[in-house]
Design a binder for this molecule. Structure first.
Ligand code: SAH
Ligand code: ZN
Ligand code: ZN
Ligand code: ZN
Ligand code: ZN
Length: 456
């Protein structure tokens, strides 16, 4: 099943560009893989006006995880279709969410000495199952505290292309939660943010006056072992697919309905692939779900934090013109590169994009953020207000410099290159005169302006 691997490098997905893969999106009647409806892509080759279209798995960009592939115009026979449906059924998790909830209830009744977690299967074990896992590594004496922090118990799925599970550092997770509560939100739709979900849930169970609730939507089904059906939905954010069908969709809809004016915010931290447009289309559907729950929302948008690297800014703003990027650097526990600049560590490129008014997003002064009265938002300490651009222009936290020729601020390490007519790294290879002059072979000019031509 699958019919071979996808040609080309899925990592190179981009909106445009000659000779590459582009996402066309969710198409009506698209075939399904175990991860729900496949996405339609087009493979363009240089010089050809139209590329060939094909379907591929929406969730797994590593073909080793799901090799679903079908040309758009491919005929799929009845037998192959039936085989595919069976394959999809067989590739669903062994236990259902409901079964996992039952298992959990039994698990917490066990004395500590009988509470085991199989590290190989990433599964809570009931005593009757020990035998089957006797050759596996397991953890003993699983405490209630451990059950309340599944993100610490489960190993992060670090497979770069498919799951890329990067967990928030405590500093960032706490900052997000404080921000959310200070802004007065009482419900958090946590889309791919298991660690945020878990600190909200555990605080809610421990502190009586803490009224925030969270619903986790994530593709990582391991979490269904720890949360009830109104706390977790198995969900694919690249195609807005609820694995649990209409019942799960209804759970989400109910959660978004704001009784007693309890305000909802969606927080999402998706894997950083190239599928910004697919994510945006799912998030718009979640926003529409929110909007449908109440007639009063009129022209409002569901408040949202989309956590993503700053270099995706233009593509996110294209999808969501009402969003802006905050300077706050989001840190991760298990990602050496994405840690905060303070205390000598590396700077994180990950930011918060939001449709809330920027001035309301108060960033911690003790970490060097300050308020720019002109921009009406908090900025990094190194982010200087540029008089010419009339904004605080740095994206990466370093102080940027204004280039009069480019008419904008650029990275501090860049210089204006007269060949390229833009700013670039000093030792960059000039784009246009790369191969040198056609006549004399020297770099720095083209054949039409070659000095050896004018002297003869
Ligand atoms: N920083 C977050 C985790 C972000 S990692 C935190 O600490 O809570 C990205 C998350 O998105 C993971 O939980 C991963 O399981 C989930 N994810 C990856 N692909 C997904 C998909 N297609 N649909 C839904 N969730 C997905
Ligand atoms: Zn096992
Ligand atoms: Zn400013
Ligand atoms: Zn400037
Ligand atoms: Zn310049």
């Amino acid at each position: 099943e699958g019919g071979g691997n996808m040609a080309g490098d899925p990592e190179g997905l981009c909106g445009a560009g000659a000779g590459g893969l582009s996402l066309l999106g969710l198409a009506p009647g698209a075939p399904s893989c175990p991860h729900g409806p496949a996405l339609l892509f087009v493979k363009t080759s240089q010089g050809k006006a139209e590329g060939r279209r094909f379907y591929a798995c929406s969730a797994c960009r590593d073909r080793k995880d799901c090799n679903f592939f079908q040309w758009e115009d491919e005929k799929v026979s009845e037998t192959r279709h039936a085989a595919r449906e069976e394959y999809n059924r067989n590739h669903q998790p062994f236990f259902t969410h409901r079964q996992n909830v039952e298992r959990y209830k039994n698990f917490v009744l066990l004395p500590l000495s009988k509470r085991r977690f199989c590290q190989e299967c990433q599964q809570l074990l009931l005593p009757a199952e020990w035998q089957k896992h006797s050759n596996h590594q397991f953890l003993c004496d699983i405490s209630t505290a451990q059950l309340k922090s599944p993100s610490q118990l489960l190993y992060p799925l670090e497979n770069k292309k498919t799951n890329a599970q990067y967990l928030f550092a405590d500093r960032s997770c706490q900052f997000l939660l404080d921000l959310i509560t200070d802004l007065g939100f009482r419900r958090v739709l946590s889309v791919g943010t298991p660690r945020l979900h878990e600190i909200i849930q555990s605080k809610a169970s421990q502190e009586e006056d803490f009224r925030v609730r969270s619903l986790l939507l994530d593709i990582d089904f391991r979490y269904s072992q720890f949360y009830a059906e109104d706390e977790f939905c198995h969900y694919n954010m690249f195609n807005h697919y609820f694995f649990g069908g209409e019942a799960a969709r209804e759970t989400c809809r109910k959660f978004l309905y704001q009784d007693n004016g309890e305000r909802v915010i969606m927080v999402t931290d998706p894997p950083f692939g190239g599928l910004v447009e697919a994510l945006a289309s799912s998030f718009k559907k979640l926003m529409a779900m929110w909007k449908e729950t109440e007639k009063g929302h009129n022209n409002q948008e569901m408040p949202m934090f989309w956590i993503f690297p700053y270099f995706f800014e233009s593509r996110i703003l294209e999808c969501f013109p009402s969003f802006s990027m905050m300077d706050y650097q989001v840190d991760y526990d298990n990602h050496a590169l994405y840690k905060h600049g303070k205390t000598g560590r590396r700077q994180s490129p990950v930011r918060i994009f939001t449709n809330l008014t920027p001035s309301m997003i108060v960033l911690p002064v003790e970490e060097g953020y300050r308020f720019c009265a002109i921009c009406q938002r908090y900025v990094s300490s190194g982010n200087q207000h540029c008089e010419i651009c009339n904004s605080c222009t740095s994206k990466d936290g370093r102080r940027w410099k204004h280039c009069v020729l480019c008419k904008k601020c650029v990275k501090p390490s860049w210089f204006h290159c007269n060949n390229c007519n833009c700013c670039a790294l000093q030792n960059h290879a000039c784009e246009k005169t790369d191969a040198g002059c056609f006549v004399c072979g020297k770099a720095g000019h083209k054949r039409s302006t070659c000095p050896s031509l004018s002297s003869t």
